[in-house]
Design a protein around this ligand. Structure first.
Ligand SMILES: Cc1ncc(COP(=O)(O)O)c(C=O)c1O
Length: 398
């Protein structure tokens, strides 16, 4: 067992995740609480323009809409891309269920294709091979914070007249081939769920280079009403109309107040994630039997999750043993076509997407967040090595 600086046995749990919300966020939220509008208002508008500026990065002219979750953003992105009943949307089974669920909420059918074995990301050639007369869109998922090959996917979508939507829940800070989420896709969807790189507990955003789609999504995000609360309750009351059948997906000023200071610190927070991820990569590089997902050379991952891929048959043993050593772990993700609902509804079975299944059977997510100290990370690494050595000795008795 490792020792802390004080020389005592180090038994404190290393949490899987801790947020980086601090005094700046508390002060900003307090200011909003002093005001009149707790729901959608000026604070959300300010967050939207700051987020759009961050992602546009002098290269694009993006617009943003704050919403209640990434799932809501995905639903709105698909609807405003024209996806509806009878359509097919090509996506990956190596993702969180929300990606495929949003397709079904839009009335369309998710069509899974297998992922690249080294990255776990959507394979553009497999996408092109799966296109049918009913395909309306491609939903790319930037797993772990590593961007898909957006240039290749854009070319495929352009060749076939398809919309390209990005599930960028993991990928706020990511860049690949000089491109950020939202710059090549028709829409990019972000999550500010409790464990995400910046968080408001729950929350999301839709970002697009098509201003008309953001305008349409804004109306759909609030019941299809022609005016939000702030516009209705100005100096003089204004009547509103219902112009479409919408949803209750709006972001609140309280959520935006939590997010704005984190967006100011985002580079600093991301730098720490990068440093931790590189330390993990260096620690596991020489260990036979432990693999990590490849990040394309020159690309910047948002470093949302750090996963190791261990031998499938012992994966759950690693999870138990790491838990018993006080290390918080998670599984992101088991391939979703094998979950009961998808098997039942679409008759999926094992063997259809072998790369996604293999990653899903082998993956373990380790603690990765800016507040993780080097010392805590060393404990994680030591615990993984220890469990791995135990497994190896059982697998190959000498
Ligand atoms: C890849 C991916 N897509 C979508 C979501 C859904 O995000 P939200 O919880 O904000 O709806 C998540 C959340 O964990 C995710 O990891």
């Amino acid at each position: 067992m490792s020792k802390s600086k004080a020389g005592k046995p180090d038994t404190d749990k290393v949490e899987f995740f801790r947020h980086s919300v601090g005094p700046d966020e508390r002060a900003r939220v307090a200011e909003v609480l002093e005001g009149v509008f707790l729901t959608t208002g000026a604070e959300v508008r300010a967050f939207e323009s700051e987020l759009a500026a961050f992602l546009s990065n002098d290269r694009a002219d993006l617009r943003a809409l704050g919403v209640s979750s990434c799932t809501a953003a995905l639903h709105l992105a698909l609807l405003t891309a024209g996806v509806g009943p009878g359509d097919q949307v090509i996506t990956t089974p190596m993702t969180f269920i929300a990606s495929a669920n949003a397709v079904m909420h839009a009335g369309a059918t998710p069509v899974f294709v297998d992922v690249e074995p080294a990255t776990g990301l959507l394979d553009a050639a497999a996408v092109e091979a799966a296109i049918t007369g009913r395909t309306r869109a491609v939903l790319a998922v930037h797993l772990y914070g590593h961007l898909c090959d957006m240039r290749a996917l854009r070319a495929v979508c352009d060749r076939h007249g398809l919309a390209l939507v990005e599930d960028a829940a993991h990928a706020l800070e990511a860049v690949r081939d000089g491109v950020r989420p939202g710059q090549l896709g028709d829409a990019a969807c972000f999550s500010f769920y409790a464990t995400k790189n910046i968080t408001s507990g729950e929350g999301g955003a839709l970002v697009s280079r098509h201003p008309d789609r953001i305008d349409r999504a804004r109306v759909l995000s609030l019941h299809g009403m022609s005016a939000g609360a702030e516009a209705r309750y100005g100096d003089t009351y204004r009547h509103w109309d219902m112009v479409a059948l919408g949803y209750k997906y709006n972001m609140t000023n309280i959520q935006a107040a939590m997010l704005r200071p984190q967006l100011v610190r985002i580079d600093q927070l991301h730098e720490r994630r990068q440093a931790l991820a590189r330390r993990y990569e260096a620690a596991f590089a020489a260990i036979d039997g432990i693999d990590v997902a490849v990040v394309k050379r020159g690309a910047t991952s948002a470093r949302h999750l750090f996963t190791i891929w261990v031998p499938a048959r012992q994966r759950d043993h690693y999870l138990t043993e790491l838990g018993q050593r006080g290390i918080g772990v998670a599984v992101n993700y088991r391939a979703i076509h094998l979950l009961s609902y998808f098997r039942r509804r679409f008759a999926f079975s094992r063997g259809q997407f072998p790369n996604a299944e293999s990653i899903g059977d082998r993956t373990i997510s380790l603690p990765l967040y800016p507040g993780l100290s080097d010392h805590q990370q060393d404990r994680v690494i030591e615990a993984v090595r220890d469990v791995h050595a135990g497994v190896q000795s059982i697998r190959s008795p000498s």
